[in-house]
Design a protein around this ligand. Sequence first.
Ligand code: NDP
Length: 426
Amino acid sequence: MSRVLIIGAGGVASVGFAKCCQNHKVFTHICLASRTKAKCDALKERWQNKTSAEITTVQIDASDKAQLIALMREFKPDVCMHLGLPYHNLIIMEACVACKVPYLDTATYEPEDTEDPEWLALYEKRCQETNMVSLMDYADHQWTYMEKFKQAGITGLLGAGFDPGVTSVFSAYALKHYFDQIETIDILDCNGGDHGYPFATNFNTELNLREVSAPADFWEEGKWISVPPVTEKVEYDFAGVGKKDMYLMHHEEVESLAKNIPGIKRIRFYMTFGQSYLTHMKCLENVGMLSTVPVMFEGREITPIQFLKFLMPEPSTLGPRTVGKTNIGCIFTGYKDGKKRTIYIYNICDHQESYQEVGSQAISYTTGVPAMIAAALICTKEWDRPGVYNLEELDPDKFMEMLNEWGLPWVVEENPVMVPDVVNRQ
Ligand code: NDP
């Protein structure tokens, strides 16, 4: 008998909502709140006859704390699943503290306005001190909520999608069952799907392009190393997908795993991209279309990347036309009982199977399913720990069991093919 408030009605929220409807033994009341109420209503229409959960829909501006608090006081959720945009993480966390509502999200806070002086001061200090140049970080923002969440007696889970999220739980599971010491983690995110467009992104366009066009930070021997965006390319042969080019990138779980996996020596994150995607991105970047800084156009202020998002296909509409599979997982090396060991834990997800089940492609599916599982574990008190945590800090076993049960089965492979090291980095 739990009440869940879901914020957002885009690609990921559509799946998170569908999965909460399926898990109606836990989620008896669902409130779906987003900027465009018509999208919430369409989702309710689609699912209300397939669930015993009572569904309400609400229009909300997630950048307005007063609105969030009023909604939480009225609906009285047992958990708030923030499946909207990371720009609003901090404000939603504030509202959760005020109303003592447990919280989860799927992406690390980053500012919408990268010229904001308060954020910029912290960012420049961090770049100087750590050499990590990504726009998103936990240390200066979401991790600072630890005491507030403890005092409110509520659990906050940061990054409860697939990566971060499932990759974080894979790391905790590997440490618990396969290693005494993990030395390296390579996180490999392969999307072998084809949507038929020359250029489209499979999650929020603005966030996707900000992420991919950023320098690639990775963690080695206790420090951050930053290399230029999409410059380190490696080919890898993925189970269920085949050979793909993948590129070193920064990703948020590198920061939390570096803190939470004791004695870790290196963490890298790779994502696959086709040449068409990269050529389009580079061209748009070269003409200034990826800029987050507003410009005046015919007497009106516009932000180039937001205008680009407006022109491009919405990721939530890619479902019917995307075919192929994703393969996302982690390769771990380390020691068990004094012997060297290497394992690969991964999930393969089929775009069309996801679409048939919930009406969304596999990227939204692989993010929305773990978010529902994490929310369910909060509601059933299996993950009840006041404070803010990344998922590798909690016991992984029940979550791993639920991945198999709720549509994301995983595989453990011993002695996988390793990712080659880059020699002679410039
Ligand atoms: P979408 O753009 O499809 O959805 C975002 C939703 O947030 C939309 O419904 C949008 O409303 C709503 N929204 C935006 N601004 C506001 C506001 N001010 N008030 C209320 N609602 C608002 O994004 P995705 O579903 O693709 O991604 C959602 C999140 O998941 C992102 O943070 C993304 O980074 C993350 N993600 C995480 C992954 C992981 O594995 N961890 C993988 C993929 C994504 P409207 O419909 O009106 O535009």
